[in-house]
Design a protein around this ligand. Structure first.
Ligand code: ATP
Ligand code: MG
Length: 585
């Protein structure tokens, strides 16, 4: 491909809309453009990256025994009503009606529709196991679409569904997918961690997530160096930590003028933060409730939602809190509010003579004793943190940030039961099909790769997913010999099956180098003055500072070898219609 013909409108400036580096670089490197919040066009370079990710995913799904199909995006409400998820999905689901007023949705996921398909077509144990997958757009009207492709409202997902005769079969399918996912993310050139996960709205039993490690990741994970335990912070159970106990003293109100936050109260009263009872108010399916935690701990909302089993959960606004407590925020607490149900994190039971808001402006209570001064309803609600004891072995946990690129679930009979998907076993008995489901965020994976692999100049694509393998840059295309050799190299590389762009633009060399770094071609071949004097060109691998000088004739073989070392087989070339050599992808 000649650069002058490539539809790659790169940007010098960082677009104001983009907060995280992958979003900035994908826009600047002409991979994507925004159409609406969380909805993107994939430009030719970006689409090539996605195609390569999808190709690797397909190869591994097929290797594991999967068969590809394509399910509809527009799905009838009835199926979702049958499993109860028409309500569970709430405002995240894009809903629409046809001209007859019949309700539909745009698929946020496809368990319902595929289970209905299998219910209709699978009758006998002889047809099982079955692994079916698709790669397709998903629609989720996320509360906060942001970070470009990391959290979109329309995004590309690979989803596979496994159908087995029994639990043992499901576990075998799950193990195959675990293995396939590990191979996929390794082949994509990404560093990742596999962690225990919260099944969330998908439901079922065991679930694990594949997290690409990146400091900017939205997901928090905890892991144990000692025993290998690793979990999403939404899933990791916390053991209550014991605290020194005191003889309970009588409850007392003290003035705390303008002293609101845990830090301020601790400093003002001279007590450790853990002795303060932090009180939060939430609405769960519309109902107001209070949460009490140690002042130095953070609530984990996923744990709270799981514990309550509610469909919607959001923080209550200040007006609702004031109406329930008679106090502005900063001075609220669980004592004396008989009308509000409070749940406390398990550790709250350990705190004696605590401090809490008095539900009166500028006042706190001291010597609050949970159980004595307010009823204790305990649950594990706090987020695990660095240094907490590992739930498996007790060694101190470490924490890291990550980007969830894939999740696998053992569903059991959750969907087959609700939709009546059964088969007849060898004895002719009717049994429910046992299922699993397995997702990979294809478009999110592209952004995760950029989060993990970039520098100040641009993207450093792992070679297996780079839009092209190499760019050839004639420093001065007006100089006859440089242009000649550049075209000759472009042809030779193309003939060797290397995907190559020739930067033929009448731009300064600096502009071409900057674009090459921004787009992130793994290899850059510079044809400059030395080609006339010494017959050599300069070859540089993106992300490394050193250039090697190579004889023109040796360049194609060198690059083929380098690419082969990164697991890329360069096939034979084909020609595109205008006669430019163009390798087969
Ligand atoms: P998250 O917790 O990040 O919202 P999820 O757990 O709801 O994701 P799944 O239902 O497990 O997502 O979907 C499978 C995969 O699809 C995820 O692992 C992720 O890679 C991808 N994915 C989910 N939501 C989005 C989104 N809004 N934008 C891009 N990719 C997404
Ligand atoms: Mg998930």
């Amino acid at each position: 491909m000649y650069f002058s013909r490539l539809f790659a409108p790169t940007l010098r400036e960082v677009p104001g809309e983009a907060e995280v580096v992958s979003h900035q670089l994908l826009l600047r490197a002409a991979m994507i453009r925004r159409a609406a919040a969380g909805i993107y066009t994939y430009l030719p370079l970006g689409w090539r990256v996605l195609e390569k990710i999808m190709r690797i995913v397909r190869e591994e799904m097929d290797r594991a025994g999967g068969q590809e199909l394509l399910l509809p995006i527009v799905q009838p409400a009835e199926l979702w009503q049958a499993t109860g998820r028409w309500d569970v999905y709430g405002p995240e689901m894009f809903r629409l009606q046809d001209r007859h007023g019949r309700p539909f949705c745009l698929g946020p996921t496809h368990e319902e529709i595929i289970t209905a398909l299998v219910r209709a077509e699978v009758k006998s144990y002889r047809q099982l196991p079955l692994l079916l997958y698709q790669i397709q757009n998903k629609y989720r009207d996320e509360r906060r679409p942001r970070f470009g492709l990391l959290r979109g409202r329309e995004f590309i997902m690979k989803d596979l569904y496994s159908f087995d005769r029994d639990e043992e079969g499901m576990r075998a399918s799950y193990a195959r997918m675990y293995e396939a996912y590990s191979r996929i993310f390794t082949r994509l050139g990404l560093a990742f961690r596999i962690v225990e996960a919260d099944p969330g709205a998908i439901g079922g039993g065991l679930s694990q997530e594949f997290m690409v490690t990146a400091a900017t990741g939205e997901a928090s994970v905890v892991f144990c160096e000692a025993c290998g335990y690793a979990a999403d912070v939404d899933q990791a159970p916390c053991r209550p930590q014991a605290l020194p106990r005191e003889e309970p003293k009588p409850l007392e109100e003290v003035a705390t003028p303008e002293v609101r936050t845990v830090e301020e109260v601790a400093a003002y009263l001279g007590v450790p933060q853990w002795r303060i009872l932090k009180t939060l108010f939430y609405r769960a399916d519309g109902r107001l409730l209070g949460i009490v935690l140690r002042g130095d701990r953070r609530l984990n909302e996923a744990k709270l939602q799981r514990f309550l089993g509610c469909l919607s959960l959001e923080m209550a606004d200040d007006a609702a809190v004031a109406a329930a407590t008679g106090s502005p925020p900063g001075f609220v607490g669980p004592v004396g509010l008989e009308d509000v149900v409070f749940y406390a994190d398990a550790e709250v039971a350990q705190v004696t003579n605590a401090v809490a808001g008095a539900n009166r402006e500028d006042h706190h209570l001291i010597n609050v004793n949970p159980g004595r001064d307010f009823p204790l309803r305990l649950a594990d609600l706090r987020a695990a943190e660095e240094g907490d004891p590992c739930p498996r072995c007790g060694a101190p946990l470490s924490t890291a940030q990550g980007i969830e690129v894939g999740q696998i679930f053992q569903l059991g009979t959750k969907y087959s039961g609700a939709l009546g998907a059964t088969y007849l076993d060898e004895q002719g008995r009717e049994r429910p099909i046992v299922m699993g489901c397995y997702g990979i965020g294809i478009s999110r994976t592209m952004a995760a790769a950029v989060e993990q692999h970039h520098d100040a100049a641009g993207i450093i694509w792992p070679a297996p997913i780079a839009p092209y393998h190499a760019v050839v840059i004639p420093v001065n295309p007006q100089e006859g010999r440089q242009w000649e050799v550049a075209v000759q190299l472009y042809r030779q590389l193309g003939a060797a099956g290397i995907e190559v762009v020739l930067d033929d633009r009448p731009e300064r060399a600096g502009v071409k180098f900057a674009d090459a770094d921004l787009i992130g071609f793994p290899w850059r071949v510079t044809v400059g003055k030395k080609v006339s004097t010494q017959g050599v060109v300069d070859v540089r691998r993106r992300g490394t500072p050193e250039e090697v000088s190579l004889a023109v004739e040796a360049t194609a073989a060198f690059l083929r070898e380098q690419l082969a070392a990164q697991g890329i087989e360069t096939g034979s070339r084909t020609h595109n219609h205008d006669g430019d050599s163009f390798s087969c992808r």
